[in-house]
Write a protein that binds this ligand. Structure first.
Ligand SMILES: C[S@@+](CC[C@H](N)C(=O)[O-])C[C@H]1O[C@@H](n2cnc3c(N)ncnc32)[C@H](O)[C@@H]1O
Length: 274
């Protein structure tokens, strides 16, 4: 039985607007066979996998749920330890979120690229209804155990932000240190998806690394695509910018002291002003 594999086939088939009969026809198998795969009751023959992946428009790795990008390999390795690589104290950005949109009513917050969960767990402790995802399974495991220790609920899941699109709304979207993994050509689409899934009056609290000619490239083990200074704000030009700033900070990731320049933005989705 493999329920996840079946779910993947079902979701991709739906994305392509194919019925079970149509997919079956293209692969020369019966519709009940496709139905059994999707229910996790049987597997397609291995010789069918390349054709199945091609019909569903993905690689066979993706079909099997393998997403071995260099970032996931890197972070699974660095998070594979008892210690918390980024510590367990929340980022100072979290306190700004508390100030701009305090949890005086049930507010849904999503932490995008939550790492080992220090910020997501802090938000849950403050009373937000928190979901959090990351590419790294090891990071998500640690976020779960941090939440357990703090006796709070965080709805954690693994997902790749390059493929994962929001389908439900949140009051707060939060992300710190992650967007530099988004190549420039994907940014407009991803930011548009995020903007369209923030409730009225809600907040986007985002931080990303930016390029500055006077700051040497960080010795990262994974390719990052630092943003242009100010670029993040432009995607939110029609929102109320509570605050946006640029700053330089010291970092010791990879064991080599270096500096990063970053932009931080708190933008609010306001349709009308009273
Ligand atoms: C610098 S760490 C920041 C982690 C966390 N936000 C924090 O501040 O502690 C970058 C995180 O981005 C995640 N990441 C990188 N590429 C990603 C992707 N495509 N989808 C989701 N998460 C990704 C990494 O796994 C890592 O946990």
């Amino acid at each position: 039985m493999n329920r996840n594999f079946g779910d993947t086939i079902k979701a991709l088939r739906a994305q392509h607007g194919l019925t079970q009969e149509q997919l079956a026809g293209r692969l020369n198998v019966s519709a009940p066979a496709v139905s059994k795969w999707e229910r996790g009751e049987s597997f397609p023959d291995v010789t069918l996998m390349p054709a199945l992946a091609a019909e569903l428009g993905v690689s066979t790795d993706k079909l099997f749920g393998i997403d071995q990008t260099s970032a996931s390999i890197h972070y699974n390795k660095v998070y594979d330890s008892e210690d918390y690589y980024w510590g367990v104290e929340p980022s100072t950005m979290c306190y700004d979120v508390l100030r701009y949109l305090p949890p005086t009513r049930p507010l849904k917050l999503l932490d995008i690229g939550c790492g080992e969960g220090k910020d997501a767990v802090f938000f849950a402790r403050c009373g937000y209804i928190v979901s959090a995802f990351d590419l790294s399974e090891a990071g998500i495991e640690k976020a779960r155990s941090l939440a357990e220790k703090a006796r709070v609920t965080v709805n954690t899941f693994t997902a790749n932000l390059l493929h994962y699109r929001l389908t439900e709304n949140y009051d707060i979207l939060y992300s710190s240190g992650v967007f530099a993994y988004i190549k420039p050509d994907l940014r407009a689409e991803i930011m548009a998806n995020y903007k369209s899934h923030v409730n009225d009056g809600g907040l986007a609290a985002f931080q990303t690394f930016v390029n500055k000619p006077f700051i040497p490239r960080a010795p990262e083990k994974t390719p990052i695509y630092a943003w242009k200074s100010g670029e993040l704000f432009t995607y939110f030009h029609d929102w109320y910018i509570e605050n946006c700033c640029e700053y330089v900070f010291d970092c010791n990731s990879s064991g080599v002291p270096h500096k990063h320049a970053a932009n931080r933005m708190f933008a609010r989705n306001i349709k009308e002003i009273d």
